[in-house]
Design a protein around this ligand. Structure first.
Ligand code: ATP
Ligand code: AMO
Length: 464
């Protein structure tokens, strides 16, 4: 076979070598009938390729052929590496390919809905280019998502999904090293796992069924089944009604459940250790990708020295700042953001855990505080002032569980097998759930969760 080189590996040390690359023709810029520049892209890297009419090697027909290529067509380019005086196309690789052979492997349709070069610019770059009179095509989020097969080709998008992949693998490595077992729970279940209206209903062979809003019931049932520590990374379905920057109707959940020995803070310890390990790992192993993302979507890196506060302490901080919370009520999105700012100013961190929430605003399976049943052994975790995780100790006593389910308006019949498991005496346990797209969005300071889902599902979108 022939020797292929990745575009990202092309460098000045290869000067004079003949290389063969395959990539997408991102831009085709004829400067005359005798010269054409191609920008060929492979993942996050681009290289400037030049065809110049020369007696034996490049014919005028070749230049015409190159000029007639459609953008984003897949091309094979063979040529010699040289060092240009100046990179006129702004490609990422600091070398140029003097093209000897050029083949079109797959031709894209003309007039694509997205121009990858334009769609890769930061807002600032875009405006500057427009002001200097360049004709750019501005694409909105819907156009991007409708044509995700093109949109995903921007370097920032390539990097976002690489970061997500590296992060998930770090989660697995970390939890496996702490003796967690990876489990796979059913996604079609008999009753809603979180209560509430946000459940997709369907018919399962003539019987009513739900798409799992979380692995909550089954991860606890696994603990009942004798596993001391379990986790799952899998799809979670929520029939969200509102269209927000941080809710999807299908997202990737990380769910963890573990036996507790003394206190639910053991779960908080795992959260902190796990997330600091993830953030360290991403900073250490994805610096190139983080730079690429930053170029299009500028952000400040997070500070993640873990901090814990109780709900009451958080509410007090808000109160002192003039933000009133309804007594024992949930924090609004704005209040959460504000608290994030206050904690950052006071404790110099973007990563903190709020513990001991009022019982009344937590799901039915949450353990009440033993010394004050108005509160619960529960927590939320925040990153840049937005929730990324919810967690708690669970009720392990069957009678209390039934009572709490009824109080929360849950039809106990629909979760009867879950309730039955508590007759088999599971040990005290707790856990948490995180939304991976949320984590990635906030880690990267992105403004919309859709940017972190390959093919997002929201209240208005079921395709592509
Ligand atoms: P891994 O093995 O997963 O790659 P590690 O344990 O080697 O991770 P460290 O070397 O401890 O990770 O992490 C150092 C990196 O993380 C540096 O980039 C450092 O600046 C950054 N870092 C560590 N802790 C914090 C923090 N609390 N806030 C901001 N940055 C931090
Ligand atoms: P909760 O409902 O808070 O808790 O969900 C856990 C985490 O999932 C993420 N998340 C979402 N991400 C994207 N789109 C959504 N529509 C969405 N809804 C939630 C958030 C949230 O923090 N069973 C409990 C967890 C547990 O106690 O173990 C649960 O599902 O990051």
């Amino acid at each position: 076979g022939r020797m292929w080189t990745d575009v990202g590996e092309l460098c000045a040390e290869m000067k004079g070598e003949t290389v063969l690359i395959r990539g997408a023709a991102q831009a085709i810029r004829p400067t005359s009938k005798k010269i054409v520049f191609l920008v060929v892209r492979q993942s996050m890297s681009t290289v400037q390729c030049i065809l110049v009419v020369t007696k034996d090697i490049i014919s005028p027909q070749m230049v015409r052929f190159a000029t007639s290529l459609t953008k984003e067509s897949i091309v094979d380019v063979e040529g010699v590496i040289s060092i240009p005086d100046k990179l006129i196309t702004g490609a990422t690789q600091q070398v140029e390919i003097q093209v000897r052979k050029l083949y079109c492997i797959n031709r894209a349709v003309p007039n694509l809905p997205i121009n990858i070069e334009d769609a890769s610019r930061s807002e600032t770059e875009f405006k500057k280019a427009e002001e200097s009179g360049e004709q750019l095509v501005r694409v909105g989020q819907d156009t991007r998502l409708n044509n995700r097969g093109l949109d995903l080709r921007t370097p920032a998008n390539q990097a976002i999904f690489y970061v997500k992949s590296v992060g998930v693998n770090k989660i697995r490595e970390f939890l496996l090293s702490k003796k967690f077992v990876e489990i796979f729970t059913p996604k079609v279940i008999a009753g809603s796992s979180e209560g509430g209206a946000e459940v997709f209903k369907l018919e399962y062979k003539g019987k009513p069924a739900c798409l799992a809003q979380s692995p909550q019931l089954h991860k606890q049932m696994a603990i009942c089944g004798g596993f001391g520590r379990v986790f799952e990374v899998g799809p979670v379905f929520r029939a969200e009604n509102s269209y927000t920057h941080r809710h999807l109707c299908e997202f990737v959940g990380l769910d963890v459940e573990m036996v507790i020995k003394e206190h639910y803070y053991e779960v908080c310890d795992i959260v902190e250790e796990l997330f600091v390990a993830i953030f360290n790992h991403l900073n250490n192993n994805c610096s190139k990708e983080l730079e690429v993302i930053k170029r299009q979507y500028p952000f400040q890196p997070i500070k993640y020295l873990p901090k814990r506060l109780t709900y009451d302490e958080g509410v007090q901080m808000l109160k002192e700042a003039g933000v009133e919370i309804e007594p024992m009520g949930d924090l609004s999105t704005e209040a959460e953001k504000k608290l994030g700012k206050l904690v950052r100013d006071k404790y110099n961190t973007d990563f903190f855990i709020l513990t001991k929430f009022p019982l009344g605003i937590r799901p039915f399976y949450t353990m009440p505080c033993h010394d004050n049943p108005k509160y619960s052994n529960s927590f939320d975790v925040f990153l840049r002032g937005e929730e990324i995780i919810s967690g708690a100790q669970r009720i392990h006593d069957q009678e209390i569980l039934i009572e709490r389910a009824k109080q929360c308006g849950i039809d106990v019949k629909t979760i009867s097998t879950y309730i039955d498991f508590f007759g088999f005496a599971p040990p005290p346990h707790g856990g948490f759930g995180a939304g991976l797209e949320r984590v990635v969005m906030l880690f990267l300071g992105l403004n919309n969760i859709r940017k972190c889902s390959l093919f997002p599902r929201d209240p208005q979108r079921l395709t592509p």
